[in-house]
Design a protein around this ligand. Structure first.
Ligand code: SF4
Length: 200
């Protein structure tokens, strides 16, 4: 593990490496996004469960297209020590999968910007309640944010919020993907941090 004072140097190296990795995966990512775009119009007719499963499917397709050109392999769980703001539809899939009850929380997505920031402050460095023995215990239904939070360098330690709090992570710029899902769910759809939906 590199000491915190090296985070700047490490971040710079990772940024260069991410550019190379992006180039290496570019063809596959472009093809995947094109295929996804063809299906995009259909999500407007889906219910929230269908929209979330659509997001699961294409989120995984993006991960597969990036393949080994990222740090998110080898069961790394550094990003499970961050806020994970998720929609009620995703929490519902987790509740079905685990048999756990969901709390009656959540604010409309349109009002959630301030809360996302609050969640970051509250939960950065705190483990996700579904992280068990270093692995995601709900991998099949893990939130879309977890799927597309991809560190394009091979420096997984950059995502370690405890030991590298000042590191800058070269995440894949696929926010548009997540935004499409949220827009399809609707601005009044409730959202909350995963820990709020499933308090311990
Ligand atoms: S849901 Fe799984 S992948 Fe996402 S933060 Fe929690 S343990 Fe990690």
């Amino acid at each position: 593990m590199l000491p915190t004072q090296d985070d700047g140097v490490l971040s710079e190296l990772a940024s260069k490496e991410a550019e190379e990795n992006m180039k290496a995966s570019h063809g596959r990512i472009t093809a995947t996004l094109k295929d996804m775009d063809k299906e995009l119009p259909f999500i407007t007719g889906m219910n929230s469960e269908g929209i979330v499963h659509w997001g699961f499917k294409w989120g995984q397709a993006i991960v597969d297209a990036i393949g080994e050109n990222c740090a998110c392999i080898n069961k790394c769980s550094h990003c499970c020590y961050q806020a994970v703001f998720i929609s009620k539809a995703e929490a519902t899939e987790i509740a079905k999968f685990t048999g756990r009850e969901m709390a009656d929380v959540g604010v409309p997505l349109i009002e959630s910007i301030g809360l996302i920031e609050e969640s970051r402050e509250k939960y950065t460095t705190k483990p996700c309640p579904f992280l068990k023995d270093g692995s995601c215990s709900i991998y099949e239904v893990r939130p879309i944010a977890c799927r597309v939070n991809i560190n394009l360098s091979k420096q997984s330690s950059l995502c370690d919020t405890v030991n590298h709090p000042k590191a800058s992570v070269p995440y894949a710029a696929i926010d548009g993907f997540h935004d499409n899902i949220l827009m399809a769910l609707g601005l009044m759809h409730p959202a909350e941090d995963i820990r709020g939906w499933f308090p311990e």
